[in-house]
Design a protein. Structure first.
Length: 430
């Protein structure tokens, strides 16, 4: 028999009758007013679809309200039953219908094609992100300027970091586990969530490598949806080859090693911090827009992904890098230009083309070369034989795409403008 805490309280089921696939179905219950409901009350629900059962933890939301949030992944009728050590919360039953997803809902992002990403429904996903470290603490007005799921933005949530003024980075081990269980119960049902175990984990001095391993395994165990999991460094890397790490999160401005990391880990590699466009005194926050765009292109043709950041001085101290708000720099529109190019690339993503140091593509179908600081007046390409290609000359800074006359095959020499930071794209001719 389960222990009973408190008296019988009124039950309130607030979940909608219909929810779209990969949406959020929420069960809301009124429960007992105990001294520490976060610790003393345990709540979960088993959701059933045909012969499947998915167990999901609930959480206390304050003021006597308890919730269970669930992200259904199949269309049709689902049922649920709650389990709790409190009578008022135990044995609640209900059913709901899952309908097809809306056009903008492609489900959670997964690792696909080994070193690349894609949505659950098979739609390609190209992670071109930005950094807003303290966005969730800024208040509604500023947060609404940079909303997430409604804009199709994935949220890579930092769980621990060394610059924490609330004390989360130095809690006792048992409290750390409860904290992570609570975070997963509360947020995992949102399809656009990723888990970043830490920002600059190596500066969180109170935690050992064994601790980080434990937190990874715990999240892997309790997350019903298996969202993406990574950890961010300042100096030394965590061992990204461990099986619970889904992708490599890198802080480094050495984009020349991107190809090496992709080959080493055989997982998606994301340079989520490669220094920021801006003008603050800190050395990591004052690179030029031109340099940030350059780093994006080097990472891209190495088969990796690169993240944006902006740190321009502001009279109200509203730096995008920390608080969100409004972008001021010159790199975002040029990064968006790159994104449009990648949207037209093969859905499997771009792999490094070994013949060329700064080339990526899919052999026989698509190639993208970037010349970086080099400015050859002509260049010898060596593409797959037996295939005709059309070519485009791309200027990443001017955001222009100029078709090159004719078609090309095999080994050939192409005349170029003799200007640095240009790219050439080859696509299979119809």
């Amino acid at each position: 028999m389960r222990p009973i805490l408190g008296l019988l309280f009124c039950l309130s089921l607030m979940g909608a009758d219909n929810v779209e696939r990969w949406g959020v179905y929420e069960v809301t219950l009124n429960g007992p007013p105990v001294d520490n409901a976060y610790v003393d009350i345990h709540l979960s629900a088993r959701f059933r679809f045909r012969n499947r059962a998915v167990d999901v933890d609930g959480f206390y939301d304050g003021d006597g309200v308890y919730r269970v949030r669930f992200m259904p992944d199949e269309i049709g009728e689902w049922t649920y039953t709650t389990t709790s050590n409190a009578m008022a919360l135990d044995g609640a039953y209900g059913k709901f219908t899952v309908i097809p997803p809306s056009p903008a809902n492609h489900g959670p992002v997964r690792v696909r094609y080994v070193t690349h990403f894609g949505y659950e429904d098979g739609t390609p996903y190209v992670p071109i992100g930005t950094t807003c470290y303290a966005w969730v603490h800024q208040g509604d007005q500023l947060e609404e300027q940079t909303d997430l799921e409604a804009l199709g933005i994935e949220a890579d949530l930092i769980l621990f970091h060394p610059y924490d003024r609330w004390g989360y980075s130095n809690m006792p081990p048992d409290v750390n586990d409860r904290y992570l269980r609570y975070i997963v119960a509360r947020l995992a049902a949102y399809r656009n969530v990723w888990w970043s175990l830490a920002n600059e984990y190596d500066f969180v001095r109170s935690k050992t490598m064994a601790d980080w391993d434990h937190y990874f395994r715990l999240i892997q165990e309790i997350d019903p949806y298996q969202h993406l999991r990574s950890i961010h460094n300042s100096g030394p890397f965590y061992d990204h080859s461990k099986p619970w790490v889904t992708h490599v999160s890198v802080q480094s401005s050495d984009l020349e090693k991107a190809r090496e990391y992709v080959a080493q880990y055989r997982k998606p590699v994301v340079y989520d911090e490669c220094k920021y466009e801006g003008n603050i005194p800190k050395r990591w926050g004052n690179i030029s827009a031109q340099e940030l765009v350059r780093r994006f292109w080097i990472g891209t043709v190495s088969g990796a992904y690169v993240g944006h950041g902006e740190t321009y001085l502001d009279p109200n101290d509203v730096l995008w890098w920390s608080k969100g708000g409004v972008l001021k720099g010159e790199s975002p529109k040029r990064i968006a230009f790159l994104r449009k190019i990648l949207d037209g690339a093969p859905v499997e993503g771009l792999n490094n083309v070994s013949t060329y140091y700064l080339g990526a593509g899919r052999e026989g179908r698509y190639y993208l070369f970037y010349f970086d600081v080099n400015q050859p007046a002509n260049y010898e390409f060596d593409l797959a034989r037996g295939v005709r290609y059309r070519a485009d000359l791309i200027d990443p800074w001017e955001m222009t795409i100029t078709p090159v006359e004719g078609t090309f095959e095999g080994r050939f020499t192409m005349k170029l403008p003799g200007k640095p930071y240009l790219a050439v794209r080859f696509e299979k001719a119809n």
